[in-house]
Design a protein around this ligand. Sequence first.
Ligand code: GDP
Ligand code: MN
Length: 383
Amino acid sequence: MDLYEYQGKELFRRFGIPVGEGRLATTPDEALAAALELGGRVVVKAQVLAGGRGKAGGIKLADNAEQAASYAAEILGMKIRTHVVRRLWIERACEIAREYYLSLTLDRGAKKPLFMFTTEGGVEIEEVAARSPEALVRVHVDPLIGFQPNQGRRLLFGAGIEDAQETQRIVALIERLYAAFVGCDATLCEINPLVVATDGEVLALDAKVSVDDNGLFRQEDIAAMRDPEAYPPEERAAREKGVTYVKLDGEVGILGNGAGLVMSTLDVIALAGGRPANFCDLGGGGVAAGVVDALEVISADPQVRAIFFNVFGGITRCDEVARGILQALEQTEISQPIVVRFDGTNAEEGRRMLNEAGLANLSTEPTMLEAAASAVALAKRAS
Ligand code: GDP
Ligand code: MN
């Protein structure tokens, strides 16, 4: 689960990481009140679950409260990538001397949290990594030992920071960031920029925090931070129904049972010249109710022009899946054509049930490749 900047900063604050003082606003009037309360210059910041807000015009420095209100009116409703701005964070402006980059992620390869730091902050980190990889200092933390202050110093010395007081302040912040990462079950805590203000204070000017969904059961207050409006309706429905759903950008909706089969189905769609719009994994024991839910989620995505239903029957019986498909088509209006490929346990029985139903938008194919070709052709015809 990704958090908004202001939510990430709220967590940072709890762990003693210095952040600027600010207020949330959803209207220009609220922005005006917030700016008056904060006093002086403020930054008006679009809150969306996407980076690059600065470049997109979603971050503006206002000299006074009136200006903050007019920037708020400009930024609210603005579209940044695919996200509509509905919330603003109004923060007391900071006099920046230097902008650094600091992040802590889970390095799955090393099975350890990984700190990355560079003095080239403020810009996109991918840019720094491509242009001057040596400027990006990496230090792993052994999760069983925990964070050691010398690891913080290694990050800073590696990046060429020499000032003793600055080092001390940032190392203290790094240590707290590690505590926040572990304490929140985070998979990412990124501060870009981490700034040194003209008065020498160090603070997190931005916050990008992602929390492990599997940790949310014990992070109730973080789970409650989820903004349902930030997700398209089919993603919301998937979450409510407990369906594994991933949104992509093509035109063929994909349903399969088991992660491996779903991954190869994506490949086969590509091989057939199409692009997947999304995919659902029914998992191992896909019974009728699960099939109904998954079909509803997949078909609710407006980009889907055709649906490829790919099942390899093992414990999951194809006749059971067929029953689910027919039930879904009875319960809900699904306008897209559905191509089904069954193999394995009771595949013939499943195919016979579907064919006997004689539905216009439902067809079966004997192999994965033929089914993919058919789904891609149907999707192209419909778009
Ligand atoms: P992003 O573009 O989505 O990463 O948003 P950031 O929160 O990182 O802000 C982008 C840039 O806006 C920062 O790198 C700063 O240069 C600038 N900025 C943000 N807050 C302040 C502030 O309080 N004072 C000043 N002078 N600049 C700021
Ligand atoms: Mn940033």
